[in-house]
Design a protein around this ligand. Structure first.
Ligand SMILES: NC(=O)c1ccc[n+]([C@@H]2O[C@H](COP(=O)([O-])OP(=O)(O)OC[C@H]3O[C@@H](n4cnc5c(N)ncnc54)[C@H](O)[C@@H]3O)[C@@H](O)[C@H]2O)c1
Length: 342
């Protein structure tokens, strides 16, 4: 590490999520952003100007001995190749979810990161949200007793652009991967998954075999059962929920749990839901980057790492396969060759 108290990092990818991370990283003093890279020069220049850092090529960034880490905020199909390049140059990696687009790529990522001796943390920010972290602690301490059911809901207010969705891997891999990771984080490994989907609001998705709405049911290895509901278009805002029921009670993580403001007007009481992921999970993004920096500076292992995230990817690909085929998928034995069209 070039400075024992600060991680010097470059932001790779300057699109939608990079804008959020740029604002988040202003709140993380242990990370100093030094450069922005994006093959689209306008994207790179816009964000570089906002941040007051140079727009550089990836080659320049990777050759710079003063840069310790890269923060990859690029489309999912680019993740594995970028991790390979960064690890090969000895840079630590923070990569947005999912770790890669396929299981073969995820396996390769695990190997290259290990071989290079660098750390690779994957962006499952919900694990760092104070409510999710407390739920994890309470469940681990046995406060719910034996777990019975999990209920998850993820509703985006508006969908990402169609070009993004076409290469995103599908609803279970792009949006559902967060809930499927939460299932693993709070309840345990999933044994089987089934799913149904529909195009309810966005007819332009149909010709690409994509869904805007889906419901999955899962059976956990520990005997618990779960449901997950996903939607890409929601009239009232960003709605993320999780509930875990056990023999002694239940934990309910709601969209508005950190927002304690209710407005009372002539129309009645109004609790405004968050507008999107940045508003709902801002503190969680700050916490995940703070943890990433702490691990790099102290040499402790990051979490979730590539191996952990590869298990979530396998579950998400299995759920996507269930959604596309109507089959019940046994997660442990799911292989890429089982995929539709493989
Ligand atoms: N954790 C979350 O809450 C969350 C939310 C949204 C998106 N994401 C993830 O963030 C990632 C990016 O999503 P987005 O919505 O910002 O996409 P986007 O399409 O808006 O932006 C991607 C940017 O990456 C650039 N890019 C493409 N290939 C590149 C390369 N090889 N090197 C450098 N830059 C490259 C593009 O030009 C574009 O500017 C995805 O993996 C997505 O799943 C995570």
């Amino acid at each position: 590490m070039s400075n024992p108290r600060r991680v010097r990092a470059a932001l790779v990818g300057a699109g939608r999520m990079a804008g959020t991370h740029a604002r988040v990283l202003e709140m993380v003093p242990a990370i100093q952003l030094c450069a922005v890279c994006d093959p689209v020069p306008e994207n790179a220049a816009r964000l570089a100007e906002t941040l007051g850092v140079p727009a550089q090529t990836l080659t320049t960034v990777l050759a710079d001995p003063d840069i310790d880490a890269v923060i990859l905020v690029t489309p999912t199909p680019t993740h594995a190749a970028l991790i390979r390049q960064a690890a090969g140059a000895g840079k630590h990696v923070f990569v947005e979810k999912p770790v890669a687009g396929t299981l073969a790529e995820a396996d390769e990522v695990i190997k290259v990161v290990k071989r290079a001796g660098v750390q690779c943390q994957v962006g499952f920010q919900r694990r760092f949200d104070p409510a999710y972290a407390e739920a994890k602690r309470a469940i681990g301490a046995g406060e719910l007793g034996r777990l019975a059911t999990f209920r998850g809901v993820s509703r985006d207010p508006t969908p990402p652009p169609l070009d993004f969705l076409k290469t995103s891997g599908g609803l279970m891999v792009d949006l559902g991967v967060h809930d499927l990771d939460t299932m693993r984080f709070l309840v345990g490994e999933v044994a089987e998954v089934r799913a149904v989907g529909a195009v309810q609001r966005l007819p332009e998705l149909a010709e690409f075999g994509l869904f805007d709405s889906a419901v999955a049911t899962v059976s956990f290895e520990n005997g618990a059962l779960g449901t997950l509901e996903l939607g890409l278009h929601t009239a009232y805002g960003y709605d993320i929920r999780a509930e875990v029921l056990g023999e002694r009670g239940r934990l309910h993580l709601e969209m508005d749990s950190p927002l304690h403001l209710t407005r009372y007007t002539a129309e009645g009481a109004v609790k405004r839901p968050p507008r999107g992921f940045e508003e709902r999970f801002f503190a969680a993004y700050v916490a995940e980057f703070t943890a990433f920096a702490r691990c790099l500076l102290t040499g402790q292992p990051v979490s979730p790492d590539a191996e952990d995230a590869a298990r979530t990817l396998k579950l998400a690909l299995a759920a996507q396969h269930a959604l596309e085929t109507g089959e019940t998928v046994h997660v442990a034995s799911f292989a890429e060759k089982d995929k539709v069209g493989a």
